[in-house]
Design a protein. Structure first.
Length: 268
DNA sequence: AAGGAATGCAACCGCAGCGGA
DNA sequence: TTCCGCTGCGGTTGCATTCCT
């Protein structure tokens, strides 16, 4: 059973879009809205496949696109998001208003890779280039502060709930050198999104006034004053008796109840 | 000025995931 | 539960432009 072609290739144009095609597509979408890409070309009188129309609209014709060079702030944000999300360009694009995944992907490959390499940073691992690669990618991310990492690893080799925060390198070392590591050479630890757990926060702030608001995760990433910043509007922890709230962490605008699968991140 | 190399970016391709039948 | 169509995503390609010799 073969895949049916997305369009009848014999009767479709390929390559660069003409001004007239652009105008037809814009006019059609203005009237009928986005969606139904498969039937759109015929309805709009375009000799293009639906995928091509969608791509042209999303990457080039959409009115809310921000054209022009990337700013230094955008550069740094892309780097930070890439270090967290990997090549999830659509998710990264969702955090950069007016930018498309394709644009960011191209920009990454042409500019940022080089920029990181010139800083001596491996653009894939976000580590110094001379540091040996010991781990691979992970796709399951946990915000849970529970002490169940080893248990989970033993119980379910497919789902690694990584205990969060700054002790990660230690944890990684533990896992890397553990018998489990030998059993599961494909264990992937590279991509992790982990705000600090309450315990570690408490530990690292033992001598500080806990009545002060902690920095939210967005701020810890350097995305201060963004819409993801929880410092001022939603203090996660109000007092020592409110530990339960840590289980519901609003990361990048996403409420998490402990385990975050990156695929659930909603593009805005 | 010419032409080859490098770069940038728009567009294509194939696959995965989702949802409806 | 399975099948199938549609949409969206990420990797890759190819062309136009710029740079260098």
């Amino acid at each position: 059973m073969g895949r049916s072609p997305c369009c009848e290739k014999a009767h479709t144009n390929k390559g660069a879009w003409t001004k007239e095609e652009d105008e037809r597509l814009i006019a059609y979408i203005r009237t009928h809205g986005e969606g139904c890409w498969r039937s759109l070309p015929k309805a709009a009188g375009l000799l293009r496949c639906g995928k091509s129309c969608r791509l042209r609209w999303i990457n080039y014709l959409r009115p809310d696109l921000k054209r022009g060079n990337f700013t230094e702030e955008e550069d740094e944000l892309i780097i930070k998001l890439h270090s967290l999300l990997g090549n999830k360009w659509s998710l990264i694009a969702g955090r950069l208003p007016g930018r498309t995944d394709n644009e960011i992907k191209n920009y990454w490959n042409t500019h940022i890779r080089r920029k990181l390499l010139s800083r001596g940073i491996d653009p894939t691992t976000h580590r110094p280039v001379n540091e040996p690669r010991t781990t691979q990618k992970v796709t399951t991310i946990s915000f849970a502060a529970g002490d169940h990492k080893t248990k989970d690893i033993e119980e379910d080799h497919k789902m690694i709930n990584v205990k969060a925060e700054s002790g990660l390198s230690q944890l990684e070392d533990e896992i890397s050198s553990s018998p489990f590591r030998e059993q599961c050479p494909d264990l992937n630890l590279e991509l992790r999104i982990s705000p600090p757990s309450w315990q570690n926060y408490q530990q690292s702030h033992r001598d500080q006034d806990l009545r002060q608001s902690p920095r939210c995760f967005a701020c810890s990433l350097g995305i201060e004053n963004s819409k993801d910043c929880n410092c001022s509007k939603n203090n996660i922890i109000n007092n020592n008796n409110n530990l339960g709230n840590i289980a519901s962490y609003n990361f990048l605008g996403l409420k998490s109840n402990g385990v975050l699968d990156y695929r659930t991140l909603e593009t805005k």
